[in-house]
Design a protein around this ligand. Structure first.
Ligand code: NAP
Ligand code: HSE
Length: 433
């Protein structure tokens, strides 16, 4: 389409917070660039907010506190940046019903009920795009939807939450307290409106569900994802990881198991050897590893949170949706056409670190080793610190199932010489484990 013939494409934004304000800014500042790239301009029509009196870098004339009126204003594209389940879901459905294409960064909503949004968009013949919902500026959604659509993805593993990665980095490198590091992440605009979504792992679990659905073409919701957050990680866990040459990261892992018998999707704190590439992903950066049968191993790295990086991903979707409006086409819909069962975490296989306080007496080590052996868990390394009743014993295992490791921990707790099981953590990325 030539620049002369194209009409302006109208864009209405729901939400003018950390991301919404940056989207409004980019739409205005990049007007000339976008005009050249698309052959027409993108016209920001309105921005819906809750509080019209709040100070924000958006012209007052564009603001409205009637989000439903903005959603149903008939804009070509409605960008939802409010977050949460409601009113976001009703607003998106109303926008679609009004014939607008939708761009959203709302992973919580997509992971809880994406299917009904995709179905509504398909029924109305409009687009729904969500690149910014996973890993901020990293273009991982379109990569899975398009570039890898001819391959067979077997595993995705990554750091997909910027807030928790920022907190763990500050605790590891500067000895910061959990509370101070979280406050910094909030001030930098990385955290969700309710930061428990970040620190309890729910945000990463929503993103893992979205990635798993795209990669494995099977329905995966937030409820299918095993989830442990980082709220219980202490400075002593960080020191223990350091002493083992590891760093603690909140990892999201989605994998096919046993020749497509099913998929397992999990989010949990993980010890990663310092020489592993994921260990060097610091602050609010994200990184995602993908293993695919034909492509082999791929790795993507970039800013995972914050207003501007997220707005970049939103704008990319807006440009694609705008081009589709101008040409009367739509992009990729949902591809959940293979219904693989989602299996329990007890079938997942990793290495483990187990930290015990033991009474250092003759035969103690043999009894402890027997507890591992009786559950079918093979020991890789044992390290004792101190002696007497409060000796510290760290056991690192070879790969085993989560179920077998849980069985081992139950056996250890019954041993008279084990005073306490003070820490159990999964270990990923070890060479030759
Ligand atoms: P935010 O700073 O809390 O902004 C939310 C915006 O929504 C605010 O402008 C708020 O208005 C507005 N809002 C809330 N309820 C509303 C209602 N009922 N009607 C109209 N407006 C309403 O959140 P954010 O960080 O920009 O995040 C927005 C979305 O992007 C979320 O889905 C989030 O998960 C996702 N996301 C965020 C990031 C990030 O780094 N921040 C990265 C990727 C994805 P007021 O300003 O008047 O309160
Ligand atoms: N709160 C999210 C994070 C924002 O910290 O990663 C980006 O999705």
């Amino acid at each position: 389409m030539s620049p002369e013939s194209a009409r302006p494409v109208t864009v209405a934004v729901l939400g003018g917070g950390t991301v919404g304000a940056q989207v409004a800014k980019l739409l205005t500042d990049r007007d000339t660039d976008l005009h050249i790239r698309m052959g027409t301009s993108l016209k920001l029509t309105q921005v819906a907010v809750r509080d019209l009196n709040k100070e924000r870098p958006i012209p007052a004339a564009l603001l409205s506190d009637d989000a439903m009126a903005v959603a149903t204003s008939g804009a070509d594209i409605v960008v939802e940046l409010i977050g949460g389940i409601e009113p976001a879901k009703s607003l998106i459905l109303a926008a679609i019903k009004s014939g607008s294409s939708v761009v959203t960064a709302n992973k919580a909503l997509l992971a809880s009920d994406g299917a009904s949004l995709y179905a509504a968009a398909e029924a109305e013949g409009v687009d729904i795009f969500f690149e910014a919902s996973v890993a901020g500026a990293i273009p991982i959604v379109r990569l899975l939807q398009e570039s890898l659509s001819g391959d067979h993805v077997t595993k995705i593993m990554g750091i997909v939450n910027g807030t928790t990665n920022y907190i763990l980095t500050r605790m590891d490198e500067d000895g910061a307290s959990f509370a101070d590091a979280l406050a910094e992440a909030q001030a930098l605009g990385y955290a969700e409106a309710d930061p428990r979504a970040d620190v309890e792992g729910h945000d990463a679990a929503s993103k893992a569900a979205i990635l798993a659905e795209l990669a494995f073409h099977t329905h995966v919701t937030r409820e299918d994802v095993y989830c442990e957050g980082i709220a219980h990680i202490t400075k002593s866990d960080i020191s223990a990881a350091k002493s083992l040459g590891c760093v603690i990261k909140l990892l999201a892992v989605a994998e096919r198991v046993d020749d497509d018998r099913g998929v397992i999707v999990r989010v949990h704190p993980t010890m990663v050897p310092r020489e592993h590439p994921l260990a060097s992903v610091r602050d609010a950066f994200n990184a995602v590893f993908i293993e695919a049968e034909a492509a082999g191993e791929l790795m993507f790295y970039g800013r995972g949170a914050g207003g501007a990086p997220t707005a970049s991903a939103v704008l990319g979707d807006v440009v694609v949706a705008a081009r589709n409006r101008l040409t009367g086409s739509t992009g990729w819909g949902e591809s959940a056409d293979v219904q693989l069962p989602v299996l329990s975490i007890s079938e997942a296989q990793t290495c483990y670190y187990v930290n015990l306080v033991v009474a250092d007496q003759p035969g103690a080590l043999a009894s402890i080793a027997k507890a591992f052996a009786d559950s079918g868990v093979s020991i890789q390394v044992v390290r004792q610190d101190g002696h007497g009743d409060g000796a510290g014993l760290i056991v690192c295992t070879h790969r085993s199932t989560d179920g077998a490791l849980q069985d081992t921990v139950d056996r250890l707790r019954e041993l008279s010489m084990v005073t306490a099981v003070v820490g159990v953590m999964r270990v990923e990325g070890e060479a030759g484990a």
